[in-house]
Ligand binder design. Structure first.
Ligand code: ATP
Length: 240
């Protein structure tokens, strides 16, 4: 069986400066993959490129999802095909309620009955969102907004979920909680691609990991092996 996502040799630039320089990656269905790297390495740009969120790029490389080319397609079509994206910094609609935010996540869906079932599913993962369903999203705490952003992405019923720095700015307890939920979502059959600066947690829950430096992968391998790698320990886990 081929990979669920196959990215070959993509390049992305901003204002003539390349942020991603010839990146290839392959994601197996049913896996959790982590992309690690420091600030500005280009991690978010990889996710945005795959989602079709960056305009005017050179026609280089290819991106296949489930055996079909998606490079050049618009974001809505990509979401409809089964990839969903939780951006860094949550970006919830602050002046909509929690429930309305979740409904926005279902915009590609037609079957109202199924969507109703998906609300229940999201509320099972995040009971606090049900308690706060009629509250404005802007009144939620940072951790709750992160939960809402993940819940909203789940409303499109993704086969592949992209998470950009889900632990950013959260307390250690909330970080644990978010990673526990990511594991639970994965256990229900969703393939996960995770971008993180928290290398320790990301390596713990992922099967495969890749280290990005200056827009290029410098190391790829099973997460358990990367956890033991001296360079990874020193530069990404703060161990000497
Ligand atoms: P972070 O954790 O800070 O998001 P990252 O690894 O995700 O880091 P990117 O956000 O992908 O990195 O950024 C890669 C490079 O591209 C950085 O040098 C950044 O300054 C630059 N960059 C990102 N977005 C833009 C933009 N919209 N316009 C111009 N340059 C950008």
């Amino acid at each position: 069986m081929g990979a669920l996502l196959e990215v070959k040799n993509i390049e992305t630039y901003y204002d003539l400066i390349y942020a991603v320089r010839g990146v290839s990656l392959s994601i197996e269905e049913g896996s959790i993959t982590a992309i690690l790297g420091n600030n500005g390495a280009g991690k978010s740009t990889i996710l945005k490129t795959i989602m079709g969120l960056i305009d005017d790029q050179p026609d280089k490389g290819s991106i296949e999802f489930d055996g079909r080319r998606i490079d050049g397609k618009d974001t809505e079509a990509i979401v409809r095909m089964g990839i969903s994206y939780v951006p860094e910094g949550r970006e919830v609609f602050e002046e909509l309620t929690v429930r309305e935010n979740l409904l926005m996540g279902a915009y590609t869906r037609k079957n109202r009955k199924e969507v109703a079932g998906d609300f229940d599913r999201v509320y099972r993962y995040f009971p606090v969102l049900q308690q706060r369903q009629n509250q404005w999203a802007g009144t939620l705490s940072g951790g709750e907004q992160q939960m809402l952003a993940i819940g909203r992405a789940m409303m499109s019923r993704p086969r592949l979920l992209f998470l950009d720095e889900p632990s950013l700015g959260l307390s250690p307890i909330l970080v644990q909680e978010i990673f526990r939920i990511i594991t639970a979502i994965h256990a229900e059959g969703v393939t996960v691609l995770l971008v993180e600066q928290n290398a320790r947690m990301a390596l713990k829950i992922s099967h495969t990991a890749m280290i990005l430096e200056n827009g290029r992968f410098v190391l790829k391998g099973p997460s358990a092996e990367l956890m033991e790698d001296e360079n990874v320990k020193e530069f990404y886990m703060g161990v000497r």
